[in-house]
Design a protein around this ligand. Sequence first.
Ligand code: 15L
Length: 284
Amino acid sequence: MTEPADARPLLLTGAAGALGRMLAGKLARPDRPLVLSDIIEPAYDLPENTRFIAADLADRAAVIRLGADFSAVLHFGAASTERDFEDILGPNILGPHHIFDLARASRARVIFASSNHAIGFHRRGEMLDEDCDLRPDGYYGLSKAYGELLARLYWDKHGLESLSIRIGSCIERPTDIRHLSTWQSYGDLVRLVEAGLSTAALGCRIAWGVSANARSWWVRHDEAMGGAPLDDAEPYADAVVPGAAETDEVSARYQGGTFCASGYDRAEFGPEEVFGWRTAARRS
Ligand code: 15L
């Protein structure tokens, strides 16, 4: 699989965030110009062959000013935690809409940073395929489900290629029990992003952003794309401690952890199946 010859720069949104910073450092190459963007200036020295343009994702005119001549768009800009809907709306709902339109104008594929919180209300331990039911665990997860569906719409209607990476917990190392299932090492995220950039016929895909964890809940079906994870959370098992994601009943029950508990006020836990007839059909 060779990268399509395209000398235009890559656009990376969310460049001031933790993953943006890491990706900017790993993706920058002398032969690969990179435009970094965020609402605030990154607090690090820009890697060579990169430049920064500030933009508020909610502001369509500011996004248009980024230009429309990119080889690919890596959309990592977003509010990255659970918030009131009003605070999600601009960066996470209007933002992807503006960015997917920019990608369309650029005739460029999108690598979209989705999240496990789009499916967070599945029970821990339940093994999920990429096409499992969307079960967002809050307004943040809902915005990521929306981003995945936006990608689907722009593929079906406009032929825009995309890879939505449903990122688990992309941090330096696992620190709590949930991370033994959800951890994605920085190296494994970079491998997946590079595969999304270089694979010839990307189409419209969803990939789990997770390392090859022995305790993973997520089954990968996209070996053909490349970018297979190499790391595993298991060697950290003795070092992790029960975290906030384990200390209350709701967080400990669901894959999304604490995001599920935020604002949760059901008297009893909800049904495990969204579509009960599926279970009945499997049993008959
Ligand atoms: C995410 O999507 C968040 O952006 C990040 O802060 C973590 O909470 C991560 O998911 C996770 O689920 O561990």
